[in-house]
Design a protein around this ligand. Structure first.
Ligand code: SF4
Length: 508
């Protein structure tokens, strides 16, 4: 017999032994069940290794034999050992969704934290309004600002404003999920799920680079794994290392696509009483010793398109420059560096770099942090998801803005943006593995937890009749009569995260 899943607007009719379109729910002997385990953090666990799955006691009793490949819960139910509630946190990962939205969240957990009665409302949200903000630590030119980012031939985002030492992408979002073709929406959704779940994805930037990115890993740009994030812009590198160059070089140029630094013109060189070298630079002089647009952006020296650094030198003032002048040219990471001496015609001749100069160049490299890809999930929980928390949704928004409610995603701290709504931003690396799911509407499924004092929960019109204490939750699972998760997965919390209960929220 088919049963209807109403955990998302698709409303799948699922035959016995089969799963719905998202593979998250199944019909097991006429019962609708959630197949993924609920992830429960346990501070008593010493290892980050997951403990084997166990069943909620009630679901183990009700489980039936495997049919047509539908996964069954472990036959081992949770032992029911009393756990100290301050050490256990039920996350939204695998908690299941509440569609239609008027249903109370699947887990509304009462627990004690430092003698205070707390409530954590645990749910999974379905998000059409969500995106990924990607920070790629590299000087290399990835593509023009506003250029399209493609995945499997579909536009899934764009290049956005570069930050200090990093190129930035904005991926996903409602426009690509719902505003384009069916294929664009599906590819966008799959790309977001994969990156959110810490997997690698290949992307192409129109008019720019081929990328492979993965949260917590070095980006691969045009087939080459990036090594270093620059120490700073060219001007900053001049300022940082000026004292160490003094006495070794008569002129130092730090080549940078954004701000190229020239030591003797720079304020740092002036403070050290360095005489002018007579160098005449290409590009647009911004302030003394700081030049913009010395070349085009690219994957050469310092994020420019040059392979020969001398290409950015226009010439030398013959009234100032002297034969024998010693010139160092380096990139902002020290990966490229050359040493020159001016000949009698004031032409730079490349020579072998003295050991003392090499030591300073090596120090530039030493001060570069490893290049990394960072991925933040941004989602708007200001919509209907709030009705799973309270009858009066604006009260939840206000309570969050008043720092009465801590918002976490899979137990990871979420930054709440200022202004209206509940728009949160969370580092996917701090969330449990495979925190994100999808539904084919298309949309992303993401875990959310709202933790607060029990009396505050009552004041904001919370579904207090559905509060169950932690021991009962661990024994019986969620209150939902259908689509309830059958299994729980113990996990040690990430050492990087504060414990979700008792933490002030990260408010903007
Ligand atoms: S796609 Fe998944 S959540 Fe949506 S109705 Fe089908 S089985 Fe349920």
């Amino acid at each position: 017999m088919k049963i209807a899943c109403n955990a998302c607007p698709l409303l799948c009719q699922i035959s016995d032994g089969r799963t719905g379109a998202c593979d998250r729910y199944a019909n097991q002997g006429g019962a609708l069940v959630r197949l993924d385990p609920v992830v429960i953090l346990n501070r008593a666990l010493k290892s980050a290794d997951p403990i084997p799955l166990v069943s909620f006691a009630s679901s183990a009793a009700a489980s039936s034999s495997d049919t047509n490949g539908v996964a069954q819960p472990s036959s081992e139910p949770w032992s029911g050992n009393i756990l100290a509630s301050q050490d256990v946190f039920v996350t939204g990962v695998g908690a299941s969704t509440t569609y239609p939205d008027y249903k109370p969240a699947p887990f509304i957990v009462g627990s004690l934290h430092e003698g205070v009665d707390m409530v954590t409302v645990v749910t999974e949200g379905i998000f059409s309004y969500c995106s990924l903000k990607v920070k790629i630590d590299t000087d290399r030119y990835l593509g023009p600002e506003q250029a399209n980012v493609l995945c499997r031939g579909e536009v899934v985002g764009h290049v956005t404003t570069a930050e200090y030492g990093s190129q930035m992408l904005s991926l996903g979002g409602v426009h690509h999920l719902t505003g384009g073709s069916k294929k664009e929406g599906r590819v966008t959704m799959e790309m977001m799920q994969a990156l959110g779940n810490k997997q690698a994805m290949a992307l192409t930037i129109e008019g720019g680079a081929e990328l492979v990115i993965q949260a917590g890993r070095a980006p691969i740009v045009n087939g080459v794994a990036e090594q270093r994030m620059r120490v700073g812009c060219g001007s900053a590198a001049i300022g940082i290392f000026a004292q160490q160059f003094l006495g070794l070089a008569d002129e130092v140029v730090v080549v940078d696509d954004h701000i190229t630094g020239v030591l003797t013109e720079h304020q740092a060189g002036k403070c050290l009483n360095m005489p002018s070298s007579g160098i005449i630079m290409r590009g647009r002089r911004s302030t003394p010793g700081r030049y913009f647009q010395v070349a085009n952006p690219g994957i050469g020296w310092g994020g420019t398109d040059i392979a020969d650094p001398l290409a950015i030198i226009e010439g030398w003032d013959p009234d100032i420059a002297k034969p024998g002048l010693k010139l160092l040219m380096t990139s902002t990471t020290g990966e490229h560096a050359s040493w020159y001496v001016l000949d009698d015609q004031l032409r730079p001749q490349e020579c072998s770099m003295p050991a003392a100069v090499r030591a300073v160049v090596d120090r530039i490299g030493e001060n570069c942090e490893p290049s990394m890809t960072s991925i933040l999930f941004v989602g708007g929980a200001g919509g209907s998801l709030r009705a799973g928390v309270t009858d009066n949704p604006v009260m939840l928004t206000r309570a969050i803005k008043n720092a009465l409610v801590n918002v976490t995603c899979g137990g990871a701290p979420a930054y709440v943006w200022p202004g209206g709504g509940i728009t949160v931003m969370v580092d996917v690396l701090r969330m449990p593995d495979n925190s994100f799911g999808t539904v084919p509407t298309p949309a992303i499924v993401a875990p959310f937890e709202f933790s607060m004092r029990a009396d505050d929960y009552a004041k904001l019109g919370g579904h207090t009749a559905h509060i169950r204490d932690l021991q009962q939750v661990l024994r019986d699972g969620s209150w939902h009569s259908d689509g309830a998760p059958l299994k729980l997965q113990w996990l040690a919390p990430s050492q990087d995260n504060p414990w979700p209960l008792g933490q002030p929220p990260l408010l903007g």
